[in-house]
Design a binder for this molecule. Structure first.
Ligand code: MF3
Ligand code: CO
Ligand code: CO
Length: 260
């Protein structure tokens, strides 16, 4: 019941797994355009993971989840199920979340895509959610707490009149997909007790809503939508605490911090 500290050997495997997860997003990026279905996107990523990378798609059959990625469009907060009948259209905002397993270790990352001409209010939500991720990441160093991470995220979301989803959070990650601790993205007091130490590995993955925070689970028992059906955006990285800060395992090609 404690947060695992990874060994140098485990960290190296997670570096590899994280890089492979990021490569899946780089691979899918040119395909994320109006007219393609989320089912087709999932199939391309599945084939790339299994046939080209030799990775295992961690979400497939995870607690019964039926696909190799989660694809969450517009008011879908997370865990959208890829669907051959769900075509992307001009103006959509889309989260693609992939988790690979390589050599027994997980890499988990997600990002937003804007399809064609997206309305400025929707584009701004994606941008602020991305800044929330980076503001959270920037808090990570030994002796900081997860409260510092959460506070930075919540403060920036709410300063922009957005809200932070409460029901879903980031997580420790390693040989298991979801390990301790729960990385909440709002400033809960109990987070002050979670002190960061070198070798901890976790995700930060804030879900930021355009409207109010409450969410609703659809009848498929996976798809999470905003209760008010306004938009939601999310970005995710897997990172470790180092001796003097952090190292992100899931950086994409050429990716640099996006801060306000
Ligand atoms: N990748 C998601 C996360 O960031 C988890 C998806 S679990 C699934 O934690 F079952 F919905 F695939
Ligand atoms: Co994820
Ligand atoms: Co995650």
């Amino acid at each position: 019941m404690a947060i695992k500290i990874k060994t140098a050997e485990e960290i190296q495997k997670m570096r590899v797994a994280g890089q492979l997860a990021a490569n899946v997003l780089d691979k899918i990026t040119p395909h994320v355009v109006a007219g393609i279905s989320t089912g087709e996107l999932n199939q391309i990523m599945h084939d790339f993971m299994v046939n080209e990378q030799g990775t295992i798609p961690a979400t497939l059959n995870y607690h019964g989840f039926p696909a190799s990625s989660c694809i969450s469009v517009n008011q879908v907060v997370c865990h959208g199920i890829p669907d051959n009948a769900k075509k992307l259209k001009n103006g959509d905002i889309v989260n693609i979340d992939v988790t690979v397993i390589k050599d027994g270790y997980h890499g988990d990352t997600s990002m937003m895509f804007e399809i064609g001409a997206v309305k400025p209010f929707a584009s701004r939500l994606c941008q602020v959610a991305r800044e929330c991720l980076w503001l959270g990441i920037e808090q990570v160093k030994p002796e900081a707490t997860l409260y510092d991470v959460a506070f930075a995220i919540q403060q920036h979301a709410e300063a922009n009149n957005y809200s932070v989803v409460r029901e879903y959070c980031g997580h420790g990650i390693g040989a298991d997909f979801h390990e301790e601790p729960q990385v909440l993205h709002y400033a809960a007091e109990e987070l002050k007790e979670i002190v960061l130490k070198p070798g901890m590995v976790f995700t930060i993955e804030p879900m930021i809503n355009q409207g109010k925070a409450p969410v609703k689970l659809l009848g498929d028992n996976w798809t999470v939508v905003t209760k008010d059906r306004k938009l939601s955006a999310q970005w995710e990285h897997t990172l470790t605490v180092t001796d003097d800060g952090y190292e992100i395992f899931t950086l994409r090609h050429g990716e640099v911090p996006v801060l306000p």
